[in-house]
Design a protein around this ligand. Structure first.
Ligand code: 13P
Ligand code: ZN
Length: 274
């Protein structure tokens, strides 16, 4: 619930503190964006134009006039709680969705995150495919998931099945699986486009040798997806370090979970053998 801008700030403070405490956010790692609800975004006392219009790498027509709370580039997530206005900003897109300007924050003089293209592409796709429900995007450097991209040859089907098999919660929390994106330059349009393609069908995207991005209707939902996938990756690594993994959830057990919780898991993942 976005009751007030103060409440939203307290949510991003909590989320960023939790990301740091979990070991997902070394130095300036990770970034967060939240599409503001109109009743908050239209607060004329708090939000006033504070910069010229800046051209985006591409146009986002379905995000025209939308306003986003978004972390600043180079800022440490662990410092948001000390000074939200230094580390986070509110930007608005113009009526073509091709430019943005600052309305609040970035008082340290920073710009929006270098992953702005990925955040806006993600926000645009998820706004479309969820009829406007999804509003939050989190990217972070979760170590267990990232370690798996070094240790194993992965693709979307393999990482999804592996996580489902290693923790009972996974198929319940992300029955559509996790999209795997091979390494691409951080901050690049190429990475943003590959991410957006995955988000047509899934809410969690694993960036090889880098980290994870997840979306949700609020910060808790996006955080919960990452937390669950990261935990399963950690269980896999712990089990593998204790010896060869001799037990994991079987396809039949996964099917039983799907029946019990009325899930529609991606059948191509269910049928994958790893
Ligand atoms: P920013 O500091 O620009 O947000 O970059 C952090 C990051 O994780 C890049 O992928
Ligand atoms: Zn990153």
């Amino acid at each position: 619930m976005q009751d007030s801008f103060e409440k939203i700030i307290s949510e991003i403070v909590k989320t960023s503190r939790d990301m740091w405490s979990k070991g997902w956010a070394e130095a300036n790692a990770g970034n967060i964006s939240l599409r503001l609800r109109p009743e908050i975004a239209q607060d004329k006392t708090t939000f006033q134009p504070r910069s010229d219009w800046v051209a985006l790498d591409m146009k986002f027509p379905n995000l025209a006039k939308e306003r986003f709370l978004i972390t600043g580039t180079g800022m440490y997530l662990r410092n948001i709680e000390i000074s939200p206005a230094n580390n986070v900003g509110v930007i608005e897109l113009d009526d073509s969705g091709g430019q943005y300007r600052l309305l609040w924050g970035y008082e340290s003089g920073c710009d929006p995150t270098s992953e702005l293209s990925s955040h806006l592409e993600a926000q645009a796709v998820r706004k479309r495919v969820t009829d406007g429900t999804d509003r939050a995007v989190i990217h972070t450097h979760s170590p267990n998931l990232t370690a798996l991209t070094y240790a194993l040859d992965l693709d979307t089907l393999r990482i999804s099945k592996l996580l489902w098999e290693m923790h009972t919660e996974c198929i319940i929390i992300f029955p559509e699986g996790v999209e795997f994106v091979p390494w691409m330059l951080p901050g690049s349009l190429e990475l943003a486009e590959a991410t957006a393609k995955g988000l047509e069908k899934r809410r969690v995207i694993l960036w090889q040798f880098h980290g994870i991005l997840a979306t949700g209707n609020n910060l808790d939902a996006a955080f919960g997806l990452i937390d669950t996938a990261e935990k399963a990756a950690g269980i896999y690594l712990k089990a593998a370090s204790a010896g060869p993994i001799s037990n994991k959830l079987s396809t039949e057990q996964l099917q039983a979970l799907a029946r019990r919780f009325a899930l529609k898991p991606d059948p191509s993942i269910l049928n994958t053998r790893i």
